[in-house]
Design a protein around this ligand. Structure first.
Ligand SMILES: Cc1cc2nc3c(=O)[nH]c(=O)nc-3n(C[C@H](O)[C@H](O)[C@H](O)COP(=O)(O)OP(=O)(O)OC[C@H]3O[C@@H](n4cnc5c(N)ncnc54)[C@H](O)[C@@H]3O)c2cc1C
Length: 391
């Protein structure tokens, strides 16, 4: 399957191989049939039903890049981007659950995990275990490497102490990639990545945030009190956690770009339909040029976001440099999603401002795209550094 996934260079970016098209269509169909009916209740209850998460495992979208020998689909990063986009057209919360699993957790274990770690965790991550990625803390967000979580070497294991904040998937996850500093005297060069199971002694999941958007996606605090992590659960090398964090997030933000493309596309589809149904002055509002031009502008922004995102993902899959392109994709797609969803609310008029119609949720859901996996300012810093050759 994997060989057929990389499109020849001469093809347009949005030209999908047969496998890619089939997979994306299948996921969109799943989103329409299984997810759409639950969107309002998931938002209200601030939870994703376990059945739906299990259905994602059954569909094979929780282990997209996991090798087939470990129970995954053995597919590409680009495939993850298509899946996240298709899900986000319908629900941004489920999209980010799948995104974190694939583009951060599986991805980091694929790149830095030992054979033994991969054999231990991949079959579970492909079939039933949700994963989470824990870098941020109350005192270190954009300044991620100022983290205060400490790891003390106790011979055959490390003891982790500290708190993590804002951890997506924490309510559901069984496996957490936790970044902690094992040698604070060395500054960021002491930061180490650990594979922490939910059942490890000294580990608890704390308060869940009550959020503006992506309400069904869990975002919780983690509390580590002398959490005992066996040495064989160090991911990569001791002191190389900063590299793992930077490189994983460089890739992960392409997934957030895809989530934002999906959110914008999903809202836009509602807007187009509504403009053809809603009548004022004796005709559909889509007959008015002002509305037509608005839709044309939004369609153009979505197309540009998609091209940036697909390009970054294709570059990543071909191992070409992609850091600048990934930051540009997230920067542009998250801003476009804000604009598109806001304008679609206006297309709906007063109805757009109520919870009875679906578009206000898209408007709430998009906002996080400019915050997580590096704020808009951080994306601008990455792009500027790349342009000025300082990285
Ligand atoms: C819903 C949600 C889910 C999340 N999921 C995860 C997760 O799974 N794992 C995880 O580790 N983290 C997660 N995060 C955390 C997220 O990555 C951080 O919130 C983000 O990096 C910003 O950090 P902060 O909130 O501390 O904001 P701050 O860093 O305090 O930033 C506040 C403002 O200051 C600006 N700013 C800061 N420094 C500079 C600078 N040098 N130059 C210019 N402007 C600057 C920022 O751009 C921003 O506008 C999540 C956050 C949210 C809201």
């Amino acid at each position: 399957m994997a060989e057929t996934l990389t499109a020849p260079r001469s093809l347009p970016l949005t030209d999908l191989s047969e496998d890619e098209r089939m997979f994306a269509d299948q996921v969109r169909q799943f989103a329409e049939e299984r997810v759409r009916p639950l969107v309002a209740s998931m938002d209200r209850d601030a939870a994703i039903p376990r059945d739906l998460i299990d259905a994602c495992f059954d569909l094979g979208i929780m282990g997209i890049e996991i090798p087939e020998k470990h129970g995954g689909a053995g597919a590409t990063f680009f495939m993850s981007v298509l899946v996240v986009e298709a899900l986000a057209c319908v629900d941004a919360s489920l999209a980010v659950l799948v995104d974190v699993q694939n583009t951060l957790v599986n991805n980091a274990i694929l790149r830095w995990g030992t054979e033994s770690q991969q054999s231990r965790y991949f079959p579970k991550l492909a079939s039933k275990w949700v994963g989470a990625y824990a870098l941020s803390e109350a005192g270190s967000g954009s300044d991620a490497f100022a983290l205060a979580c400490r790891a003390v070497d106790e011979g055959d294991h490390f003891e982790l102490t500290g708190r993590k904040l804002w951890i997506t998937n924490a309510a559901e996850a069984e496996l957490f990639i936790v970044l902690a500093n094992a040698d604070p005297a060395k500054g960021y060069k002491g930061i180490t990545a650990f594979l922490v199971e939910r059942s490890f002694p000294g580990f608890t999941v704390g308060k869940k945030e009550d959020k503006l958007g992506i309400r069904a996606s869990s975002t919780c605090e983690l509390i580590l009190e002398g959490c005992r992590v066996p040495k064989e659960n160090v991911l990569g090398e001791v002191g190389k956690g900063y590299k793992i964090a930077i490189e994983t997030l460089n890739e992960g933000r392409i997934g957030i770009g895809a989530q934002m493309v999906g959110v914008a596309q999903g809202a836009f589809e509602h807007g187009v339909r509504y403009s053809q149904e809603r009548e004022q002055f004796g005709r559909p509002i889509a007959d008015f040029q002002a509305v037509q031009f608005q839709l044309a502008e939004l369609a153009t922004e979505i197309e540009a976001s998609r091209l940036l995102t697909y390009n970054a993902a294709r570059l990543r899959d071909t191992r070409a440099p992609f850091i600048k392109e990934a930051a540009m994709a997230k920067l542009f797609a998250s801003r476009a999603a804000e604009h598109v969803t806001s304008k679609v609310v206006e297309v709906y008029g007063g109805n757009g401002f109520t919870r009875e119609y679906p578009v206000e949720k898209y408007f709430r859901d998009q906002k996080v795209g400019q915050i997580y996996e590096g704020t808009t300012h951080m994306q601008l810093m990455v792009i500027a550094k790349q342009i000025l050759g300082k990285m």
